[in-house]
Design a protein around this ligand. Structure first.
Ligand code: ASP
Length: 440
């Protein structure tokens, strides 16, 4: 059986087992025992195996991608295109979210005792997330912070924007020095990237089990009653995300990459399932890189440039979710947001989607700051935390699909790749596969 089919099977079976257990034995001690001693640790080990390679992978692939561009003009061109693409699609995503939230008004009609109860239950969680993120107010310091004092410390603290900045600058410098001096460093980085890729291929063999465990833990513990109160909010976010995939990504793929969306989604299945089950763009980056190069046939320098940046800076799903969340909380607390306020929400959503860490719940602290900036009570964000894991799974999937869409568009614009370059194995789902999704 193909690897991506097994991963999908792991997802389906894990969800089925988790939901069944949730229905028949929600609070049973044995379920907690399984989650604490078996499924939880198994899922965490899989996640950590993915996280473990992210830092060397970003450094090696991004530096090599930039160095391969050869000169500053090419870097400026691809960098400009990538940044423009990220900003435009993120803005479209927030606009979709805000439009839906204005039309449906999911926050109206939530009884105040439900609000009070939700705030009381999740306030502590909200406070500790804000405190541990170390997030501060937006300001000039936010930009200064992108430049690291010490790149090793950035790597240790997983400060991805700082690491990206250093890797890009280092790649530029390698392209500018004498080729015979740069060659050994580049060879080393190529070896490093190859070894890390091999590690990912090994880890992905465990993916069906890891995905099963991660989904089991989430679904077996999930409090479905919460969905009752927050149902409209959840539906608005999910419909918005689906619209963004169906409309924005389809247009971008067809017009920008000349690639049929059907082939695209069939090719990226492994990345989609990994994103959905890990809720982390960073943890999915290794899989995305493999999928881009092996299944979509994207040239390594382009994938190595766009994807590591995208994992941190391009979060369409997160931006859409943030827009809906701020409006929802405003509606619950009776705060009217004017058009100007909502424009501010668009700008802040773009900025926070760039700054949010690609880890589970990475956007929540920034979302709280964003709410406060437009006069919506930040502690109000507590009311949505109960359903956040579910929404995080969905928005991360859109974030990752957005990164891969961007990679296709940029690859075509840069020349040398078209929708026709997608290897035949990635033909529509159901076609006989000659090669497993993400293994050698
Ligand atoms: N979990 C998301 C990601 O990694 C970030 C977020 O929206 O919280 O892409």
């Amino acid at each position: 059986m193909q690897l991506h089919t097994r991963i999908l099977l792991g997802l389906g079976l894990g969800a089925l087992a988790g939901v069944s257990v949730n229905l028949v034995a929600h609070d049973a001690a044995w379920v907690e025992w399984i989650n604490t001693y078996v499924a939880g640790p198994a899922g965490q080990i899989f996640l950590r195996l993915l996280f473990m390679v992210v830092i060397p992978l970003v450094f090696a692939t991004l530096t090599l991608g930039v160095a391969a561009l050869g000169d500053l003009r090419s870097l400026g061109r691809i960098g400009g295109r990538t940044a423009a693409y990220f900003v435009v699609t993120t803005a479209v995503a927030v606009a979709i979210g805000l439009t839906l939230a204005n039309v449906v008004r999911p926050g109206d009609g939530i009884p105040s005792d439900v609000t009070a109860e939700l705030v009381a239950s999740y306030q502590g969680d909200a406070d500790s997330r804000l405190a541990s993120s170390g997030a501060r107010d937006f300001g000039i310091g936010t930009f200064v912070d992108i430049v690291p004092r010490n790149p090793l410390k950035s790597a240790v603290d997983t400060q991805m924007l700082q690491l990206i900045f250093f890797s890009v600058m280092f790649g530029v410098a390698l392209a500018l020095i004498r080729p015979e001096r740069a060659a050994p460093v580049l060879r080393f980085l190529e070896g490093l990237a190859d070894a890390v890729t091999k590690l990912i291929e090994i880890t992905m063999r465990l993916a069906p089990y890891g995905v099963f465990a991660l989904i089991f833990v989430v679904t077996s513990r999930f409090g479905w009653t919460l969905i009752g109160h927050l149902g409209q909010f959840v539906i608005v976010v999910i419909v918005g995300l689906a619209l963004h995939c169906l409309v924005t990504f389809t247009l971008a793929l067809q017009l920008g990459a000349r690639l049929s969306p059907r082939r695209f989604w069939a090719a990226i299945r492994a990345a989609v399932v990994t994103a959905f089950s890990t809720s982390s763009s960073n943890a999915t980056l290794p899989t995305s890189l493999l999928v881009a190069e092996q299944r979509l046939g994207i040239p390594a320098p382009v994938a190595g440039f766009v994807l590591p940046m995208g994992a941190t800076m391009n979060m369409n799903g997160t931006a859409l979710f943030e827009g809906v969340a701020v409006l929802f909380v405003a509606q619950v607390f009776g705060v009217e947001l004017s058009l100007a306020d909502q424009l501010m929400v668009v700008i802040l959503a773009i900025l926070t989607a760039i700054g949010a860490a690609g880890v589970p719940g990475g956007s929540i602290p920034l979302l709280m700051m964003m709410a406060a900036s437009v006069g919506v009570p930040a502690e109000g964000i507590a009311i949505i935390l109960g359903v956040d894991r579910l929404l995080d799974m969905c928005r991360t999937t859109v974030n990752v699909a957005g990164d891969l869409t961007a990679t296709c568009v940029i690859a075509r614009l840069e020349g040398g790749w078209t929708g026709q370059s997608v290897p035949a194995q990635a033909a529509p789902a159901g076609a006989p596969d000659a090669r497993p999704a993400v293994s050698p």
